[in-house]
Write a new protein. Structure first.
Length: 354
């Protein structure tokens, strides 16, 4: 009886493994189609596009050089040492905000990046970009200067509480430049009922923006930003969006500065997508709760974790993570700062599916 049960259990595990690999293969194929469709040609830039892509901050090149030295070079070297065995073409980054550069640095082999956050890009600016007031321009440049030194944005800056609300579409463009890449074209994208992410056509909904990009190494890369509420309330009646997220989360995932949202019951759909679909999840303390994360992934711990940022000092999930770090001491340093400031400094965990 015991042998029969073990045999059934082994066969079931093998079946689930086969299904997962099949889903991954389909995801690779669809991602190639979506990305290839996006990069069919290198269009001439219109005057509107040149205006949209123009860099307005007087010391922007200095910001980029400083950021690359302090963050990008260290992140790509770290990735080469610890993530080189990951097989991927698509990198998925939920709760991204405008931070394109981090996912491009940690997953540099991807030819397709998919970011998701709830900020809405200014779609009208693609055809009719507006010139900012001096005050707004100054604040936007100050935000970028802070980002180049700290490696993260303040939420209150992004939502306009600390000054004029920045243009989100421009922050995405600036972040691509921080990665040493160049934008060749910008399109509005839509997600069809089958969960395919496609350029918008007449009569379809605007779900985000697509950037056709030349990476620092000269490769053609697609960067999609999807504007969506990925709490349960935003996903439970949107099967097309869930399908898209399931496919895009099936290879490698980055979760950083996500405000501990995945640790709440009202983010269970997004949490389950990552737990069930992802082959690799690289995250800081604000991502998946350590219990399901450790149950489903083999973990490598980097840096130290003593306690979270003061905002989440009473988080039960953070307390579980501190206990886990204490019981599984990490002897691997993280050579760059990342995410919210906290007592133990920056940390990252790499999870490879078991």
């Amino acid at each position: 009886m015991t042998k029969t049960f073990k045999s059934i259990k082994t066969q079931t595990k093998q079946l689930f493994h086969f299904i997962a690999l099949t889903f991954l293969a389909i995801s690779f194929h669809v991602s190639i189609m979506e990305s290839a469709q996006a990069q069919n040609s290198k269009p001439e830039k219109s005057e509107q596009l040149k205006t949209l892509l123009a860099i307005s901050c007087p010391n922007f090149n200095e910001m980029v050089n400083n950021y690359q030295q302090k963050f990008v070079t260290k992140m790509t070297n770290w990735s080469s040492a610890h993530l080189s065995q990951a097989d991927y073409q698509t990198a998925f980054y939920p709760f991204s905000g405008p931070d394109v550069v981090t996912v491009m640095s940690l997953y540099p082999k991807a030819n397709y990046y998919v970011l998701v956050a709830d900020q809405i890009p200014e779609y009208a600016f693609i055809d009719t970009p507006e010139k900012l007031s001096n005050e707004s321009q100054s604040f936007e440049c100050q935000m970028l200067s802070n980002f180049s030194r700290k490696g993260f944005y303040l939420t209150n800056d992004l939502i306009g509480k600390n000054g004029p609300r920045p243009r989100f579409i421009k922050l995405l463009i600036y972040n691509i430049a921080f990665a040493g890449a160049k934008v060749n074209d910008v399109k509005i994208l839509t997600i069809n009922p089958d969960g395919m992410i496609l350029p918008q056509t007449k009569g379809t909904r605007a779900d985000g923006v697509r950037f056709l990009v030349e990476a620092q190494d000269g490769r053609a890369v697609t960067v999609d930003y999807i504007s969506a509420n990925i709490a349960d309330s935003g996903l439970e009646n949107k099967p097309h969006l869930v399908k898209a997220l399931q496919r895009k989360a099936s290879q490698v995932v980055l979760v950083k500065s996500a405000s501990h949202l995945l640790q709440n019951t009202y983010f269970s759909i997004m949490k389950n997508i990552l737990i069930q679909q992802a082959q690799w999840v690289t995250q800081d303390e604000t991502g998946l709760d350590i219990v399901p994360y450790a149950e489903n992934f083999n973990l490598q711990l980097f840096g130290r974790f003593i306690s979270p940022n003061n905002i989440w000092a009473k988080s039960p999930s953070a307390q579980r993570l501190a206990k886990y770090y204490h019981e599984h001491p990490s002897n691997q340093e993280l050579p760059f700062s990342l995410g919210y400031e906290k007592a133990g400094g920056s940390m990252l965990i790499i999870g490879q599916r078991k």
